[in-house]
Design a protein around this ligand. Structure first.
Ligand code: CTP
Length: 406
């Protein structure tokens, strides 16, 4: 069995990334201070540029303290090291994030103006530029702003759409600074290869629940973390992802269509319907193999002398997909094992006609159910490969790397 230890190409965080952070004059500048903190606690290296208007909302000292770096704003600074800041700042960064971006800044950038340090840095930059608008709803929906945002997109800037809700001015609508989680996903995606671009991928995750009575059900310990990590990492790498999820305590991943189901029958129906258009199906869900033969509509009482549960088998979704598979599509299964890991993985690969089976060890304290890490064996028709102990997102990226070789 091969043992793969080399590092993956797709990052799962912004650790070590150099972020040039432009702040402009909106009340949402206070949220930008929180974002700088989020970035530095995740070991990103942040340098802030503020416009003159931004400094009227939050002081440069705040951003200096949070970033641990000097804050730039003066185009005509006298210190020799700042003379070429409009060029050097972007040369020493991996990405330029402008948040909040006011209607005024967006309009100036759309025209290619260079009348302050931030706009000049933008013109001189050769790195990806991410723009996060924040303004009043009427300003955001004004045709002039819409055109300016379209123009920024034509220029190749990544504009994250504003969020909707209550605005600082008291009005309701779109124009709120987007949520940090969405922006963070966008930033991480910029550092990932777009090698799944255009691929339609269906992923199942979590357990299923098979009800016995209104209070009780049969299920298993699956947390859904591995399937959700697969969905997030595939979306970052450009795929169009649909996640069919059993009941879990996880937030739906950004940029992914999530369909919630409860029972194996419901998962079966959803996956079969989606399978016709899918290029890749990954069955990471821990489907309940059995369900109670009868559902009692009233709670079963202790006094009834209940001693056993009659069960029947659920459909094996992966095996059915294997029988009905579309030519050219890829089918990936998982195997949750407590012993004979590789042999069981190979048996399931053959029996269920999958292209790859990812074998999980459910006995280890750092692998399997509900932990943040995993160590899996990838079993395909030709060989088996043991991956090192990694976070579930890193494991997910290695699984995609392997799927791309199939
Ligand atoms: N699977 C499925 N439908 C089922 C049971 C399992 O689609 N009713 C899929 C799982 O999503 C996983 C693979 O089959 O991708 C293997 O699941 P696992 O629970 O490890 O194996 P079983 O088929 O249940 O076999 P065994 O009980 O022998 O371990």
């Amino acid at each position: 069995m091969d043992d793969e230890r080399s590092g993956g190409l797709s990052p799962t965080s912004l650790s070590g990334k150099r972020i040039l952070f432009g702040v402009t004059g909106s009340i949402a500048a206070y949220k930008a201070a929180g974002w700088v903190r989020e970035l530095t606690t995740r070991s990103a290296l942040v340098t802030v540029i503020m416009t003159a208007a931004a400094k009227r909302f939050v002081s440069a000292m705040t951003f200096g303290a949070l970033s641990g770096n000097r804050v730039y704003s003066d185009m005509f600074a006298e210190q020799p090291e700042e003379l070429m800041a409009h060029i050097t700042l972007s040369r020493e960064a991996d990405v330029l994030l402008i948040a909040p971006a006011t209607a005024h800044t967006i309009s100036r950038l759309a025209c290619g103006m260079a009348d302050d340090l931030l706009s000049t840095v933008v013109l001189a930059a050769k790195i990806p530029i991410v723009v996060c608008p924040a303004m009043n709803t009427a300003m955001y929906s004004h045709p002039a702003t819409r055109q300016n945002i379209d123009r920024l997109r034509e220029l190749g800037y990544h504009v994250v759409p504003a969020d909707s809700g209550e605005l600082a001015c008291g009005e309701e609508g779109s124009g709120r600074l987007p949520e940090w989680e969405i922006v963070q996903e966008k930033l991480i995606a910029l550092f990932c290869p777009q090698d799944l671009l255009g691929k339609r991928i269906v992923i199942t995750a979590g357990p299923t629940r098979e009800s016995l009575d209104p209070a009780r059900y049969l299920s298993n310990r699956s947390s859904g973390k591995m399937g959700y990590a697969l969905a997030r990492t595939a979306a970052r790498r450009g795929a169009e992802v649909t996640l069919v999820s059993g009941p879990v305590a996880l937030a739906a991943p950004h940029g992914v269509t999530t369909i919630q189901v409860v029972t194996a029958q419901q998962m079966h129906a959803q996956v079969l319907e989606l399978s016709g258009a899918a290029d890749i199906i990954v069955k990471a869900a821990a489907v309940s193999d059995f369900k109670p033969t009868t559902y009692r509509s009233q709670k079963i009482k202790k006094a009834q002398g209940f001693t056993s549960i009659a069960v029947e088998e659920n459909p094996d979704i992966l095996a059915e997909l294997g029988r009905k598979r579309r030519k050219g599509s890829l089918l990936i299964g998982f195997a949750a094992e407590s012993r004979n890991h590789e042999a069981e993985g190979r048996r399931k690969l053959l029996q269920k006609k999958a292209d790859l089976v990812v074998v999980n060890d459910i006995m280890g304290s750092k692998t399997g159910f509900d932990v943040e890490t995993n160590q899996v064996i990838l079993v395909d028709a030709e060989k088996s490969k043991q991956l090192p102990l990694l976070s579930k997102e890193e494991t997910a990226n290695r699984i995609w790397d392997h799927i791309l070789t199939l």
